[in-house]
Design a protein around this ligand. Sequence first.
Ligand SMILES: NC(=O)C1=CN([C@@H]2O[C@H](COP(=O)(O)OP(=O)(O)OC[C@H]3O[C@@H](n4cnc5c(N)ncnc54)[C@H](OP(=O)(O)O)[C@@H]3O)[C@@H](O)[C@H]2O)C=CC1
Ligand SMILES: O=C(O)[C@@H]1CCC=N1
Length: 258
Amino acid sequence: MAKALANGFLSAGLAKPSGMIASVHPADKVSLQAFQALGVETVVQNAPVVEQAEVVFVSVKPQVVPAVLKEIKPLSRGKLFLSVAMGITLQTIESSLSPESRVIRVMPNIPAVVRSGCSVYVRGSQASDADAQITQRLLESVGTCEAVHESQLDTVTALSGSGPAYVFVMIEALADGAVHMGMPRDLAYRLAAQTVLGAGHMARDSGLHPGQLKDSVTSPGGSTAAALRQLELSGFRAAVAGAVEQATLRCKQISGQK
Ligand SMILES: NC(=O)C1=CN([C@@H]2O[C@H](COP(=O)(O)OP(=O)(O)OC[C@H]3O[C@@H](n4cnc5c(N)ncnc54)[C@H](OP(=O)(O)O)[C@@H]3O)[C@@H](O)[C@H]2O)C=CC1
Ligand SMILES: O=C(O)[C@@H]1CCC=N1
């Protein structure tokens, strides 16, 4: 996620490679190469990042966050921390850093890499209006960004944080169906991806209910109606809604609420 955000901020012209520094775990060669390709300085420790940066993204797995916060606490005074870790609450982060640090929780998503992400954020108790503005500006440079209440963050994580994965599975499945019917795979992926993009665009911008949009595609006695019947028989809606529910529960489990 850190690579996607860095790439997005650079593409948006909001940051220069010389103004960024990334701590990359030495074993993670893919990340090392990705940051180097962006021209961003990499270090193998977290301390130099916190020492040099005014705004620090905490983008390690939730299970690793406590150890990282403990490590950087002595350097955290006066800095703004943006944590993207799922399930790690503001209370946990704030109580693990200097009381004079400022914290904002962010839930971005991976399309930030192509500046089509959607992010939400929640201000910590010490974060100022200026901190919220910096957060909003950074994340709006890579997509949409809005403030939410922390009680929504686990569900946001399950919907838009993880959502691209569900959509990628959908694209794969759409293409698999078409390949099964004889379509070349590269054409199938192109059409599937563009279909998702176009439908998303309409759902976002038309002001119409998704059900109305669905009805506009569904000719009486036609092929879409036959396909939709198959989706309903296969429990498609329940599967997708259930995925969001399970992901939310997993976030709550990680944060210790369940
Ligand atoms: N991927 C996504 O789409 C999204 C992810 N997030 C959040 O972003 C965070 C990162 O997720 P993601 O990018 O997928 O995970 P990754 O595992 O890809 O990235 C985490 C990186 O942190 C490194 N790391 C491990 N331990 C340390 C340490 N002690 N100090 C510094 N770096 C360390 C890892 O190295 P190594 O691999 O060697 O352990 C790895 O390079 C998570 O908290 C996740 O909840 C939020 C929204 C969307
Ligand atoms: O899978 C995860 O845990 C993270 C959170 C949102 C997307 N990826």
